[in-house]
Design a protein around this ligand. Sequence first.
Ligand SMILES: Cc1cc2nc3c(=O)[nH]c(=O)nc-3n(C[C@H](O)[C@H](O)[C@H](O)COP(=O)(O)O)c2cc1C
Length: 218
Amino acid sequence: MKKILGTTLLAMTLLLPTTTFAAQSEINLPTFNLNGELSVMKALNQRISSRNFIDKDLTAEQLAKILWAANGVNRYDTQKRVNPAALGIYSVEVYAVTREGIYLYDAENHKLKLVAEGDFRSLTTTGQSFVAKAAVNLVYVETPDVWSNARKTLPRDAQISFANISVGAMVQSVALAAQTENLGNCVRGSINRAEFAKVAKLSDGKNILLAQSVGFVN
Ligand SMILES: Cc1cc2nc3c(=O)[nH]c(=O)nc-3n(C[C@H](O)[C@H](O)[C@H](O)COP(=O)(O)O)c2cc1C
């Protein structure tokens, strides 16, 4: 995936079928075209939290777009990303919870890595029923380990605070990207953290910060 993102993304040879992801331990996500999109100002004007999801899967391209907006690389020479992070230390990982399973988004390779097979969408909420219908629920998880390899570190409270600030940028980027596909989104702080951590096999110290439902709406 060298230089996937310029002003125009080249159509990739590796286009996937729309939904049948199950049982693949790694999924190469397709690239997508940035031409002819909604303007940022129009997308901002239309931003809203949606909860009227219908249970319909995204295309591979839509999923790729959402994940790239959430945590993708936009400068392949430096591996820097769409969303800012303090000191350029990307301490927030994004999990994609779909009908097929829980996947970790590998930003550097624009891939999904299967973590658990099965429909665990309802596990990402403490009881809001719309969540189980949203095509994908993103779960934003802080991974403090990345600081151990950093050139410079920060006190733990600053690491957490800056991770939350990055997540704010990430969810807004996803909201705007979703709007370009006429998809709804809802940021959610209400998450069944204990259950999700168990099923997603999160190691000790990982910190679930926020979730975001994205999908087709009525
Ligand atoms: C940090 C944060 C946590 C939120 N948690 C939830 C949540 O758990 N469930 C939910 O339905 N909406 C949640 N929301 C969405 C807010 O309820 C929503 O943004 C607010 O009502 C304003 O509506 P609007 O986004 O349509 O402008 C959350 C928003 C933020 C920023």
